[in-house]
Ligand binder design. Structure first.
Ligand code: PLP
Length: 423
């Protein structure tokens, strides 16, 4: 184990981390994660547990809840004022948080609408192919996705409205895993109202930006807001659900006892630390830099003549459309890995095959934490350009070249030495 840990630490320190959903937590967050909090069982809610010895865990969970509400401006303004929002910090991660919301608000086979996975949505928003209901969300509920306009890469709200009026979902979901633009929550609220649906935002990717005021806040318009806490928010791997106060019992009961057992108190402790860190000037400057860096990366790639989905970015994501290069995301991902640059292949709007996607998703949160700024990201664009040139050279005329053959070719001369030099 010691060897594995040391090797992973070296890999993280020695590579350029461009995966949009990853980040590097602070030593304080790591310390809480690896603390004695992991030893404790605390099924139930603060003050109402099914195990003894929870006096400190109760204090911890209440602290974490208060920090979460405070960070997103959801604490009541004055003494004695009724809270409009509550929060549950027990979900084990983002997907369980989303499923808890569905369990709370829906009955089996109720209808839901989320952004389609090939267009940037997340599995847990109801992904299904014509042949297979892939996500449990599409197994237990009836899912009809909405899409982005393949020409512009932007959510097609008119089409979403048209579909919603026909499909009449019980739940409409905003939020994505690979969408470089901000959301029109007001428009989605109106669409949800026109068909009697709840509106949920899954702000997993952008919650750090929302906290810092660098992305639109979904709270004004939504009934429920979920998030992971380990992406741009820079906390431990965990999940969180904010809900309008009248939904408290339904959400709390869905998390426990419907779906989960004991909360992971070490995660809740680490989250409490991260939420405090996020409520600081330093974090707000960080979030600004995340966006500025993504813009610098995007404009440099555009200057090189490459194609980006939606032609740029409003957030931390750059979604690179590799179709004009006849290159798949898998090949570029493998080649970058050899250069110690970590990114992930991703579908781009218009892709229907999630297994051989023709895009690459890049993100700036992790390297911004490591102190890289706009000039560094312009330099990264140069590196990415070199990588693409080499990938195209390896592939040559063989555009249908299998991934295994591409990888084998990378290991042969002259490419092996070239990659060695670029590492
Ligand atoms: N929601 C969105 C928008 C995501 O991007 C992700 C993860 O990538 C999740 C939910 C799921 O989070 P987890 O991997 O923690 O289950």
């Amino acid at each position: 184990m010691a060897e594995i840990l040391a090797a992973e630490e070296r890999r993280q320190a020695g590579s350029l981390e461009l995966i949009a959903s990853e980040n590097f937590v602070s030593p304080a967050v790591l310390e809480a994660l690896g603390s004695v909090l992991t030893n404790k069982y605390s099924e139930g809610r603060p003050g109402a547990r099914f195990y003894g010895g929870n006096q400190h865990i109760d204090t911890l969970e209440r602290l974490c809840e208060r920090r979460a509400l405070e960070l997103f401006g959801l604490l009541p303004a004055g003494e004695g004022e009724e809270p409009q929002w509550g929060v549950n910090v027990q979900p084990y991660s983002g997907s369980p948080a989303n499923f808890a919301v569905y369990t709370a608000l829906l009955r089996p086979h109720d209808r839901i609408m989320g952004l389609d996975l090939p267009d940037g949505g997340h599995l847990s928003h109801g992904y299904a192919t014509p042949k297979r209901r892939v996500s449990a969300t599409s197994i237990y509920f009836e899912s009809m996705p909405y899409r982005v306009d393949p020409q512009t890469g932007l959510i097609d709200y008119d089409d979403l409205e048209r579909l919603a009026l026909v499909f009449r979902p019980r739940l409409l979901i905003a939020g994505a895993s690979a969408y470089p633009r901000d959301w029109d929550y007001g428009r989605m609220r109106r669409i949800a109202d026109s068909c009697g649906a709840y509106l949920m935002a899954d702000m997993a990717h952008i919650s750090g930006l929302v906290a810092a005021g660098e992305a639109k806040s979904p709270f004004e318009h939504c009934d429920v807001v979920t998030s992971t806490t380990h992406k741009s928010l820079r906390g431990p791997r965990s999940g969180i659900i904010f809900y309008r106060s009248h939904l408290k019992d339904a959400i709390d009961n869905a998390v426990f006892p419907a779906l989960q057992g004991g909360p992971h108190n070490n995660n809740i402790g680490a989250l409490a630390v991260a939420l405090k860190e996020a409520n600081s000037e330093a974090f707000r400057n960080y979030a600004k830099a995340v966006k500025a860096n993504a813009k610098a990366l995007a404009s440099s790639l555009l200057d090189y003549g490459y194609t980006l989905s939606s032609n740029g970015t409003d957030n931390h994501i750059v979604l690179w459309d590799l179709r004009p290069l006849n290159l798949t995301g898998s090949k570029l991902e493998k080649l970058l890995e050899r250069m110690h640059v970590t990114a992930n292949r991703n579908t781009i709007p218009g892709d229907r095959n999630a297994v051989a996607p023709r895009g690459l998703r890049l993100g700036t949160p992790a390297l911004t934490t490591r102190g890289l700024r706009e000039d560094d990201f312009r330099w990264i664009a140069t590196l990415l350009d070199e990588a693409v040139q080499l990938a195209c050279e390896i592939q040559g005329e063989r555009q249908g070249m299998k991934l295994v053959d591409f990888v084998a070719a990378m290991d042969q001369e002259p490419y092996a030495s070239q990659l060695e030099g670029m590492r």
